[in-house]
Design a protein around this ligand. Structure first.
Ligand code: ADP
Ligand code: NA
Length: 330
């Protein structure tokens, strides 16, 4: 039987992915290449909803694509593309926006949170309709499954509602995607504030480990991570969130399990754990940085890979859009 199709995207809104992005999402993308017909996109259309600099956006889009290749996405085994290179995303989003209720869109909590931060009057209509574009991203590829974190659940629910509504109104057109709950992902917390998740927008620089940052600086951040009272290395996310986070990262980046690590650090202190983890992170990011640089140093090759990806994506997206257009009378 054909492999289930999966669609996932990541925004080019930072100069580097951080360990939370990698261990919570991207690492799983690499694994899903083996089990799914995987479509992955750098969602640059989504990255312009709250103001941006064009030069920075272009650079971040390239760096995001280069990093995805560097951590193991293989254009032979998945379809990797940049969203703006496939115009069907914006075209289908318009159609879907016309079957989305204003009240329905107004209930999206991520918009409420983000617009509250920006000031409601300063928020763009694009920020408001963002989940509809996300629905288009997914439905264009007839994705069977979408890997989702808790924060994206409501948006996937909207996607399912819109697919079902369109199918009912105009005839069966879209696959209704199911949430794909990934077991093997880790939630990484801020090194300085273990009560919060590691986040590019909310973490202080000292709380964030970026894949492309100078490994010496990342090592220093790990050595100065906030740890917990007591001195025993044990895994207890409620009572010892700082130490548990370090163990989570350590286990995720090596062949060792958390239990094995706890046993190995018996009788040792937090300092030993931090020193060793700093070395593990350095060893992990160094080849990724080298490969990322190699992709960025050969812009023609990177452009070619992305053009091939966009062409593969368009073959599917244009078929779906044509069917939807036909259904609605275009
Ligand atoms: P950020 O929170 O830094 O803005 P995004 O919202 O762009 O990150 O998230 C991109 C992907 O990375 C999402 O799939 C998200 O669930 C995942 N992710 C982000 N931060 C973490 C984290 N601290 N731990 C685990 N996964 C995370
Ligand atoms: Na491990």
């Amino acid at each position: 039987p054909a492999r289930p199709r999966v669609l996932s995207g990541i925004q080019p809104t930072a100069d580097s992915f951080h360990l939370g992005n990698y261990l919570g999402a991207v690492r799983n993308w690499v694994a899903m290449q083996e089990t799914h017909d995987a479509f992955y996109c750098v969602v640059d259309l989504h990255a312009i909803t709250a103001g941006h600099d064009p030069v920075v956006l272009r650079q971040r889009t390239r760096v995001a694509a280069a990093q995805l290749l560097a951590v193991g996405l293989d254009p032979e085994r998945c379809t990797l593309f940049v969203q703006s290179q496939v115009p069907e995303h914006a075209q289908l989003a318009w159609v879907l926006s016309c079957i989305t209720g204003f009240g329905e869109a107004s209930r999206m909590t991520q918009f409420k949170d983000k617009s509250a931060k920006q000031g409601a009057d300063r928020s763009s209509v694009g920020l408001f309709t963002y989940p509809i574009l996300q629905a288009a991203d997914i439905l264009l590829y007839q994705a069977d499954a979408v890997p989702v974190g808790e924060d994206q659940r409501q948006h996937l629910e909207l996607t399912r509602d819109l697919a079902q509504r369109f199918n009912t109104l105009f005839g069966a057109t879209f696959t209704v995607p199911a949430p794909y709950i990934v077991r093997d992902t880790a939630k990484i917390v801020d090194l300085q504030d273990p009560s919060a998740k590691m986040s590019k927008s909310a973490s202080s620089p000292a709380g964030l480990i970026e894949l492309l940052d100078d490994p010496a600086r990342s090592a220093k951040k790990i050595r100065s991570a906030v740890t917990d009272t007591g001195r025993e290395v044990t895994f207890d996310q409620a009572a010892k969130p700082g130490v548990s986070n370090l163990l989570t990262i350590y286990a995720a980046l090596t062949a060792r399990s958390i239990d094995e690590l706890v046993e190995a650090y018996e009788g040792k202190g937090y300092g030993d754990l931090k020193k060793d983890l700093a070395a593990v992170v350095t060893e992990f990011v160094t080849p990724i940085q080298e490969r990322t640089r190699a992709y960025l140093d050969d812009p023609a090759q990177l452009d070619k890979l992305l053009a091939i990806g966009a062409e593969k994506a368009r073959a599917v997206a244009s078929t779906t859009l044509a069917a939807a257009y036909d259904r609605i009378g275009f």
